[in-house]
Design a protein around this ligand. Structure first.
Ligand SMILES: [Zn+2]
Length: 175
């Protein structure tokens, strides 16, 4: 995933959907989960939330500098594999009525375990980066594309930032 020019808005802005609000605060994320920097009006940030049986397993919002920093630590090979896997799928997701109701990879309905991910700027959606959802099954396939070192870095993120040591699935799609 890339933050390339996320500020190129069309005229109509749509606010961040409630599904991306913080379970912890009940409202929109206001700070970066990594560096605690407050998101201002035009701050690009990524939000990911994972659910299991209707409950939030984890959630985070991450600012662009923190996201760039973590991506740089991931192996080039893993990043490229995930990026090309995602790029193809994002084209497909535009055909869904509601991209948050179907898995971007399988096209099937989301099961009890799934995650949602989106790129936002300030309080707004970014039209050229549609939000998407991934089923638990497809998350396992993505985890299989990661190198050992990338997997270890993401495990560290899950442990340090999300406070969930030993989470095997889903893994954050920070790439
Ligand atoms: Zn940050």
């Amino acid at each position: 995933m890339s933050f390339d020019d996320p500020t190129d808005f069309s005229d109509e802005r749509e606010p961040i959907p409630e599904r991306f609000h913080s379970f912890e605060t009940g409202g929109p994320f206001k700070i970066c989960s990594v560096c605690s920097r407050a998101f201002d009006e035009d701050e690009p940030h990524l939000i990911e939330k994972a659910f299991q049986k209707g409950e939030t397993v984890y959630e985070y919002a991450i600012c662009q500098p923190c996201h760039d920093g973590i991506r740089e630590e991931l192996s080039e090979e893993s990043r490229q594999r995930i990026e090309s896997h995602l790029r193809e799928a994002i084209g497909r997701a535009e055909l869904f009525d509601d991209p948050l109701e179907r898995c971007i990879f399988s096209g099937r309905e989301l099961g009890e375990e799934h995650l949602i991910c989106g790129l936002f700027v300030g309080r707004w959606m970014v039209p050229q980066f549609p939000c998407f959802a991934i089923s638990g099954e497809e998350m396992e396939k993505i985890a299989g594309l990661l190198s050992k070192s990338t997997r270890e870095r993401l495990d560290q993120f899950t442990d340090d930032v999300l406070g969930i040591p030993g989470l095997t699935n889903p893994v954050p799609v920070l790439v």
